[in-house]
Design a protein around this ligand. Structure first.
Ligand SMILES: NC(=O)c1ccc[n+]([C@@H]2O[C@H](COP(=O)([O-])OP(=O)(O)OC[C@H]3O[C@@H](n4cnc5c(N)ncnc54)[C@H](OP(=O)(O)O)[C@@H]3O)[C@@H](O)[C@H]2O)c1
Length: 219
């Protein structure tokens, strides 16, 4: 039996999660969950909460960390806002992860680190209000979950624009310039620095209710 810590990854196809899995495959045992299922992945769509128990039944026990790396990139401005888009943002970022924390009760070890991804948009806003609102809501959620589940740890990474991620690659040059001009040395966030912080959040048992800002000191 492997003595590697077992890490459950939601959004396993995302840029950050797939980079983490590739870099740390010799360090951790990964259980990968995704919506566009690849070989060896377990399928789960965060918009289909009625399939949650079916997915949980497929998971092994003794999980040491849970990464919520799924997400919907900013895509709808205030003028085009719809209830449907707002609900999708809230479901994917807040509602389904909360149900999952509760549902994983018998699958996770004590001191398990649940890791959420928030964003600089909670400080500066986003052209997509639903995105910024969902990424801001993690703050209160994590403290509430910590009260309800005192044996586990809850941490979050609040990211600025990550270089080479889909949201960066799809951005126009003037939008990129608008970001970098506010960041230290005009540099976007390097994904390797995100990955090493994720590993620290898994391993460091004193890290609880931490909100690590990796955003180049955006001002
Ligand atoms: N990249 C950045 O600059 C940045 C900045 C701030 C915060 N973040 C946050 O960091 C996290 C990772 O970012 P990333 O750039 O690596 O993400 P990404 O590459 O854009 O991937 C997002 C993933 O979310 C999954 N997803 C979307 N809707 C889903 C649903 N309904 N059910 C299940 N999975 C769903 C997609 O899964 P499938 O591929 O399986 O469809 C996709 O792989 C996200 O929460 C993001 O909001 C990123």
């Amino acid at each position: 039996m492997s003595n590697k810590e077992r890490v459950l990854v939601f959004g396993a196809n995302s840029y950050i999660a797939s980079s983490f899995i590739e870099k740390y495959q010799d360090t951790y045992e990964f259980i990968q969950v995704s919506r566009q299922k690849k070989k060896q992945h377990i399928f789960f769509d965060f918009l289909k909460e009625d399939e949650l128990n079916l997915m949980i039944d497929q998971l092994p026990n003794n999980i040491s960390a849970v990464l919520f790396a799924q997400g919907i990139n900013p895509s709808v401005g205030a003028e085009n806002m719809s209830v449907e888009h707002f609900m999708k943002m809230m479901k994917v970022n807040i509602i389904t992860p909360s149900l999952l924390v509760r549902g994983l009760k018998n699958k996770v070890a004590s001191s398990t680190s649940f890791i959420f991804f928030s964003s600089i948009s909670k400080l500066k806003g986003s052209y997509d209000p639903a995105y910024a609102a969902a990424k801001s809501a993690t703050d209160g959620l994590l403290f509430s979950l910590a009260k309800a589940y005192p044996k586990w740890r809850f941490n979050q990474l609040s990211l600025g624009l990550v270089e080479n991620s889909p949201v960066h690659r799809e951005m126009t040059d003037d939008f990129i310039e608008r970001h970098t001009s506010h960041m230290h040395n005009n540099e976007l966030v390097n994904v390797d620095n995100v990955l090493s912080m994720l590993s620290e959040m898994i391993r460091n048992k004193n890290m609880h209710l931490a909100d690590i800002k990796l955003d180049g000191g955006y001002v």
